[in-house]
Design a protein around this ligand. Structure first.
Ligand SMILES: NC(=O)c1ccc[n+]([C@@H]2O[C@H](COP(=O)([O-])OP(=O)(O)OC[C@H]3O[C@@H](n4cnc5c(N)ncnc54)[C@H](OP(=O)(O)O)[C@@H]3O)[C@@H](O)[C@H]2O)c1
Length: 239
């Protein structure tokens, strides 16, 4: 290759790169599938796109997501649940809690192959009924229940009590970052979750294994807005 052709190639490659610059600053871009691109899934996916990751937002009616992805640029796509599960190296489950069981019936095998399944979903008496909440609690809580529905999946619970309205303003806040309690059993999945959480502007705090996931629910002991040190203190009081 001549020197001129080489320089031309370098310019072309650099021109293609700016959209991944955010992810390259802290790690490689990861393909992320969001199952449940409603209020919380839409807000989390938006932060992940801004950090430079390709994200497929999904819905059973993906045509409804056109507006969301149009505003986010070329890294954002809309698809069906099947497409998002196939697309992601990492899959976020941000659905009404009982929907995880439904999704598992079709996708448990595929989800077990992912480096990380981030479970943002919560059982809620208001939405899912008292009986569902009792049955999840009887199985050891939200972390262990999700693991039972998704055998072999590398699950980390995270972001379970940060309201979708506040995610944008709390990400990369001034001063000390907001702590995000997480629970999981798989070291590699935990490392990937921690890296993604830092990239989008929070400080992850591993509070224990998936059995501790029962505490990561709205109204739970970790509350909403704590620093990492405060979360560690609360976790210590629960062990
Ligand atoms: N809202 C918050 O601030 C917040 C904060 C932390 C955690 N969470 C948790 O996040 C979860 C979602 O809450 P949300 O407020 O974002 O709810 P939402 O706005 O109602 O969105 C729920 C999403 O789940 C999808 N969904 C429902 N059933 C499904 C199924 N069977 N298969 C595939 N997708 C399905 C819906 O997709 P379709 O378009 O296909 O209907 C919708 O996009 C809940 O478990 C909640 O506890 C919420």
């Amino acid at each position: 290759m001549t020197k001129r052709a080489f320089l031309f190639t370098v310019v072309l490659v650099l021109a293609a790169l700016p959209h991944v610059a955010g992810a390259q600053a802290t790690g490689s871009p990861l393909k992320i599938g969001i199952v449940g691109a409603g209020r919380e899934g839409g807000a989390l996916g938006t932060l992940l796109v801004k950090a430079g990751h390709p994200v497929m937002f999904s819905s059973r009616h993906p045509e409804n997501l056109k507006g969301l992805v149009a505003g986010l640029g070329p890294l954002a796509k809309a698809g069906t649940v099947d497409e998002a599960v196939a697309f992601g190296d990492v899959v976020l489950l941000v659905v009404p809690y009982p929907a995880i069981e439904e999704i598992a019936k079709v996708h448990a095998g595929a989800l077990a192959q992912k480096v990380l399944v981030m479970d943002v979903s919560n059982p809620s008496a208001g939405r899912d009924g008292e009986a569902l909440v009792k049955s999840v609690n009887d199985q050891g809580g939200a972390g262990l229940m999700t693991a039972k529905w998704l055998p072999g999946a590398h699950i980390v619970r995270a972001f379970n009590s940060i309201n979708f309205r506040k995610l944008g303003e709390l990400a990369h806040r001034a001063g000390e970052p907001l702590g995000v309690p997480i629970a999981g059993d798989d070291p590699k999945a935990i490392a990937v979750a921690e890296s993604l959480i830092r990239e989008i502007g929070f400080e992850p705090v591993l509070v224990g294994g998936l059995a501790m996931g029962k505490y990561l629910v709205p109204g739970g002991p970790f509350g909403v807005e704590h620093t990492a040190a405060e979360i560690q203190q609360i976790a210590g009081s629960l062990h």
